[in-house]
Design a protein. Structure first.
Ligand SMILES: *Cc1c(COP(=O)(O)O)cnc(C)c1O
Length: 369
């Protein structure tokens, strides 16, 4: 008997494996695996959602107009060029569906965000990766990999899971080296955590060009990962295409209400930023003193690399990332192993609240002793 056949190539997609959220046999766990923001949504956002619940039977505004107008005035953008999505994930998916297909190439950096290859493969495109330099995106390597089949180039800046970033001058050099037909997508999911002078989320480059887009999310500093809300700033023609491609009601009413409140809550954002600055620096310093290799991070997580040492001593097995992950798990803490990102020697630890950071760091120190 014959059976329905999916499109060719779909079986090559490895489904996304998110950070874990439970440990068997353990009631309360500390979850530092998915960079979800240390505090949850702001109290004002929670209140706005509560008040809005009585209207949940109404369909949302299909254009998310109020939210887009708020984003437009906050960042000084043209409202028509902003599109909101069900997470920035949806926008990554829409870009792949609109600009690449079978036989096309989508270019990414070696340790780039896992969603780009996943969505890229759903449209039958080939994923090409460029090597990094010291776990940092390398502009020359990316430009060398561009061919006449390249349609999209995705980078996260700063990048997840490495935490490193390219300065604005390098972003500009990357864009200038690309043919006009390649759409450069700058995913600035962590922009709110980065205060470096030479950093740019990419708004000016999008403003001035027809082949650059910027993506943002409410899943990180706004603590709204479960709400599913992201947005992007696009060239006019790209925005027009995505508006035709997206679902008419792609952003739920609760997401629009929560986003419109969260975006105005400067106090909460500033509190989250200063908390992150303090505990990220502290975590990095403590982990370095414990013998781990930790690059500077510009996000709400630290990348902890476990140095390789030749070790024949079976009584004292090698202290590697895998063993550290199991050790933390046995104590009720979930962090992110990165084998799937080509970094089997590393764990990614999100910045949580003070007591959570003190606990995870003291356990890591105990493990490394
Ligand atoms: C977390 C993250 C996102 C956010 O995705 P959403 O779909 O908005 O939750 C996007 N890009 C990168 C690089 C991320 O780390």
């Amino acid at each position: 008997m014959s059976s329905p056949k999916p499109l060719e190539g779909l079986n090559k997609i490895a489904p996304y494996v998110g950070g874990e959220s439970e440990i068997e046999g353990m009631g309360k766990v500390i979850k530092l695996a998915s960079n979800e923001g240390a505090f949850g949504p702001s109290p004002k956002t929670i209140e706005a959602l509560r008040t809005a619940a009585k209207d949940y039977h109404r369909y949302p505004d299909g254009d998310s107009l109020q939210l887009r107008e708020l984003l437009s005035s906050k960042f000084n953008l043209e409202t028509e060029r902003i599109i909101c999505g069900c997470g920035s994930d949806e926008l990554i998916s829409l870009l792949c569906r609109s600009y690449a297909g079978s036989g096309d190439e989508i270019l990414c950096s070696a340790h780039g965000f896992a969603m780009y290859p996943i969505y890229g493969r759903t449209v039958g495109a080939e994923i090409i990766t460029a090597d990094e330099d010291n776990i940092t995106i390398d502009v020359n390597n990316l430009l060398e990999m561009v061919t006449e089949n390249t349609k999209l180039l995705f980078i996260a800046n700063p990048n997840n899971p490495t935490g490193t970033y390219l300065p604005e001058s390098e972003l500009k050099r990357l864009h200038e080296g690309l043919p006009g037909g390649v759409l450069l997508v700058i995913d600035s999911a962590y922009a709110e955590y980065t205060s470096s002078e030479d950093y740019s989320a990419g708004i000016d480059i999008v403003r001035a060009n027809k082949n650059v887009a910027m993506l943002r999310t409410f899943s990180k500093i706004y603590g709204m990962g479960g709400v599913r809300l992201g947005w992007g700033y696009f060239p006019e023609e790209v925005a027009d295409v995505l508006n035709r491609m997206r679902s008419p009601f792609n952003v739920s009413y609760p997401a629009q209400v929560a986003g419109a409140t969260a975006i105005l809550d400067e106090e909460f954002i500033e509190m989250s930023q200063s908390h992150n600055n303090k505990w990220l620096a502290w975590t990095i310093e403590q982990c370095r003193s414990a013998g781990l290799v930790v690059p500077n991070s510009y996000c709400n997580f630290a990348l902890l690399r476990f140095p390789e040492k030749p070790n024949d001593d079976t009584e004292h097995p090698h202290k590697d990332a895998k063993a550290a992950n199991s050790f933390l798990k046995s104590r009720g803490i979930i962090v992110r192993g990165l084998s799937g990102y080509g970094l089997p020697d590393a764990l990614r630890v999100s910045i949580g609240q003070e007591d959570e950071m003190r606990l995870v760091v003291s356990l890591l120190q105990e493990f490394m002793e």
